[in-house]
Write a protein that binds this ligand. Sequence first.
Ligand SMILES: *Cc1c(COP(=O)(O)O)cnc(C)c1O
Length: 240
Amino acid sequence: MPFPDLAERVSEVRERIDAAAARGGHGQVVRLVAVTKGHGPEAVEAACRVGLEDIGENRVQEALQKMANVTPQARWHLIGHLQRNKVKPVLPLVSLIHSVDSLRLAEELDTHAAKLGRRQPVLLQVNTSEEPQKYGVAVGAAVHLAEQIDSMPNLQLVGLMTMGPLGATPDQTRRVFARTREIFEEMRWHKIGGAGLRHLSMGMSNDFELAIAEGATMVRVGSLLFGGKAEDHQVMEDEG
Ligand SMILES: *Cc1c(COP(=O)(O)O)cnc(C)c1O
């Protein structure tokens, strides 16, 4: 059976999540999103077998392939950059999109969600670390874009997503997560998203405890569960 020690890895990660949440003092419930990118459908099957219900994918093409080949019911999270021309095929199949980062993408999602007759939950991705090679709306533009998304009838803005800085110290990483929580709180103060605004998707294999300490409600963990190198994180591609 593939991924024979997955159950053990999951319980280790869950223990670390619970411990970090207990230390953090934010009192939040933390959802574990299992990132199976780079692995085939058998990774999703294995995840579902050990009780993981939330599956994260960062590439649309890979996600579509797995969705077509996996029998168990999973909740699919799109965590990677979404090009506008991929909205139509992927939207019917995803539960939460973590990576909305522009007005044009939000408008495209709103249009297609309307055609499906649904209100699509989304997160706004913020480039809090302000690294030029990263996706995400700039910090200074985040609240305004959040307001615009919130006004779209077929999107439901449920929170923010961010990625920790590459090659940073724990202090620097933690500051990025804290800053993201401040933007989230500012949005709350402006009543953007209403009561539905409740998620902070931040933290991966190497920094999820720091993210939870700053209030993360969703952590996206891949390599720690399924092995493999923690490479191929969101990287800039040409729009096409
Ligand atoms: C790959 C990826 C993750 C998981 O990264 P790991 O370091 O393998 O845990 C989380 N979020 C995004 C956006 C990713 O692309």
